[in-house]
Write a protein that binds this ligand. Structure first.
Ligand code: S3P
Length: 164
């Protein structure tokens, strides 16, 4: 069965997901990458066509990935669509990587390799406006919650393994 990692941008879903997959000897899959492969477009290109276009593609990728025995790092907005919420709530192993807003925003800013259309040129107040309404959605979709701020990735992985 797949193990899904959810949480805001900058929570470390890909880093922790890779390590977790290694430890559990399962393949790792980044849902954003799967979206790019399925659509043959980059995330910024999809956002240029409209956020709804990206969200549709993201749901298709989630459905394609769910049934496989792998660790999946979901994009931060996976909880926004009701259909995805239902899929996540029905899934027994959904891990929410929580983080203090300051730590999340700092990590997003530092991560220049990853282009995130929703976070580009945003103030802290604007990022907070994106984050706040999502918090209850992450919580209601998750079966396990792990605080990440101040912890090393390997420490977070251990905590997840103990609680799966
Ligand atoms: C998004 C998060 C991104 C990516 C897209 C939208 C979001 O993934 O799916 O840019 O809405 O939070 P990461 O959480 O991996 O950065």
């Amino acid at each position: 069965m797949s193990i899904l990692l959810i949480g805001f941008m900058g929570a470390g879903k890909s880093t922790v997901g890779r390590l977790l997959a290694e430890q559990l000897a399962k393949p790792f899959r980044d849902l954003d990458q799967l979206v790019e492969e399925m659509t043959q477009k980059t995330i910024p290109q999809l956002f240029e066509e409209g956020e709804a276009v990206f969200r549709e593609a993201e749901t298709k990728a989630l459905m394609a990935a769910l049934g496989k025995d792998q660790v999946i790092a979901c994009g931060g907005g996976i909880i926004l669509k009701e259909a995805n919420q239902a899929l996540l709530q029905a899934h027994p192993q959904v891990v929410y990587l929580k983080g203090q807003p300051d730590a999340l925003f700092r990590r997003i800013q530092k991560d220049e390799a990853n282009v995130r259309p929703l976070a580009t040129e945003k103030t802290v107040a604007e990022m907070q406006e994106i984050l706040s309404p999502r918090l209850p959605l992450y919580q209601s979709a998750a079966s396990i919650e792990v605080e990440t701020t101040g912890k090393a990735p390997q420490e977070i992985v251990q905590e997840i393994v103990e609680r799966l």
